[in-house]
Write a protein that binds this ligand. Structure first.
Ligand code: ATP
Ligand code: MG
Length: 444
């Protein structure tokens, strides 16, 4: 992509309404524009990262055998009356009346809709286990939308729902989701710690929230510092193996890690004093097992092996896809701007032309752009007639992890410069070597 043809409305001034760094940088880097309180347009750069996160979430869900689908944003109130949540949900629910006078709502979540789909189509235990998920916009009329996409009113969520014959099967689905989430967050360049959470109106002991530690997080958390050494890494896992998934769950949840809602001073005191930590965290996901709550209320039963109808055991599992952009930036930035992890970067690298209009330099940049593209990479070439300082500032702000700088002086010696956004370190090499280097970083 040529920057001169792209739409990247970078702001010079720091917007005064933004209180936290991720919100400031998302506005300044031209990633989002507020449409109304807590509702955003996703400008091209922000949209690219959002899509990249979605792709990773899809890949990891499908790796575990979960099936993608898409449910609507607008739902009928009748289903929510069946579950009893139409009245319970309160003012966070955006209620709408259509021209026929029917009560509708903009879905804040999808348990009712998916249960309705399930009961209409599945009647035998032989069709279980089943996990369906989608990535869809949600609306919650939050009292205080703030911090940009972190606490929006309209936001993108991956929500998945498992249907199982027994509690044991449903707990395996729970553990399996925990594993998929660990992998997903690590691929996004994040450490998200599963913490024992409060079931809220859903109830039950089986719920974990995934938290990214950050001073600007809205949750208060308490944990054993040993937990931050755990890495899921690149291990192969058989998602059908109850033992393997259980082992990961116990590895990642046996140390003390809780949100303030479930924090227990007496338990926490058992952690050696030098490992006790309290901090702030951003909730980027949550998993639940809630048994037969919805299946009983809505008549989602299957015929069991003995021919008798049994209500299915269910769980729901959410990832805050749009909130993740904010969380990643909170975890990865410096005073010049964003530093994207390679897994989610909107462009693989930037190309900065130090002498736009100089025939040799322009030609070198163009052939670099072609070579990178042929290697399966997507570079952003800053071909504007701007001073070098301005080009560097833009690249630093938008946070591409790698930059190739091309100027007449280097070209005379047959080299370009490759710079890491994270370390700031530069290395001179031939253009061919630069392409090979970037390709290798991305495994191309
Ligand atoms: P919170 O406690 O932050 O209000 P929640 O527990 O109500 O969130 P869930 O129902 O667990 O949210 O939704 C799953 C995920 O969706 C959350 O873990 C979070 O990452 C994301 N999410 C929830 N509310 C918002 C919001 N208002 N804006 C952006 N993302 C959100
Ligand atoms: Mg939650």
């Amino acid at each position: 992509m040529r920057l001169s043809r792209y739409f990247l409305p970078v702001l010079k001034e720091t917007p005064s309404e933004a209180q936290i760094v991720s919100h400031r940088y998302m506005l300044r880097a031209g990633m989002i524009k507020q449409a109304s309180a807590g509702i955003y347009s996703w400008l091209p750069l922000g949209y690219k990262v959002l899509r990249r996160i979605e792709e990773i979430v899809h890949e990891e869900q499908q790796r575990a055998g979960h099936i993608p689908m898409l449910m609507p944003t607008i739902q009928s109130a009748d289903l929510w009356r069946e579950s009893g949540r139409y009245d319970d949900y309160g003012q966070e629910m955006l209620r709408i009346t259509d021209r026929q006078g029917r009560d509708m709502l903009f879905g804040p979540t999808n348990e009712e809709l998916i249960t309705d789909i399930f009961r209409a189509n599945v009647s035998s235990y032989k069709d279980l286990p089943l996990t369906l998920y989608h990535i869809q916009w949600k609306f919650r009329d939050e009292m205080r939308p703030r911090f940009g996409v972190m606490r929006g009113r309209e936001f993108l969520m991956k929500d998945g729902y498992n249907f199982d014959l027994t509690k044991e099967d449903a707990l395996h689905a729970y553990n399996r989701h925990l594993v998929t989430y660990l992998r997903t967050y690590e691929r996004l360049g994040l450490q998200a710690i599963p913490m024992r959470a409060d079931g809220g109106p859903i109830g039950g002991d089986y719920t974990h929230e995934f938290l990214v530690l950050a001073d600007t997080g809205e949750s208060e958390v308490f944990y054993d510092s040993d937990i931050t050494d755990l890495k899921f890494g690149d291990r192969a896992i058989d998602y059908d193996s109850v033992e393997e998934c259980e082992a990961v769950l116990s590895e990642f949840t046996s140390r003390y890690a809780r949100t303030d809602e479930t924090h227990d001073e007496a338990e926490f005191a058992k952690v050696p004093a030098e490992r006790q930590r309290s901090a702030r965290g951003i909730e980027v996901g949550q998993i639940f097992y809630f048994g037969t709550k919805y299946s009983e209320a809505m008549g989602a039963t299957v015929q069991g092996p003995d021919g008798k109808p049994v209500p299915v055991h269910m769980g729901s599992h959410g990832i805050g896809v749009s909130r993740l952009l904010g969380a990643i930036i909170e975890a990865s930035h410096d005073d010049k701007g964003i530093i994207w992890p390679e897994g989610v970067t909107p462009f693989h690298c930037g190309i900065v032309n130090l002498r736009q209009g100089d025939a040799d330099t322009d030609a070198a940049c163009e052939s670099l752009e072609t070579a990178l593209t042929n290697a399966g990479l997507e570079p952003l070439y800053d071909d504007r007639n701007e001073r070098a300082g301005g080009k560097f500032a833009t690249m630093d702000l938008i946070g591409l992890p790698w930059r190739i700088t091309v100027g007449p002086r280097g070209l005379k010696n047959g080299v370009v410069e490759v710079t890491s956004r994270r370390t700031g370190e530069s290395e001179e090499m031939t253009a061919e070597a630069a392409v090979a280097r970037i390709a290798a970083i991305y495994g191309r």
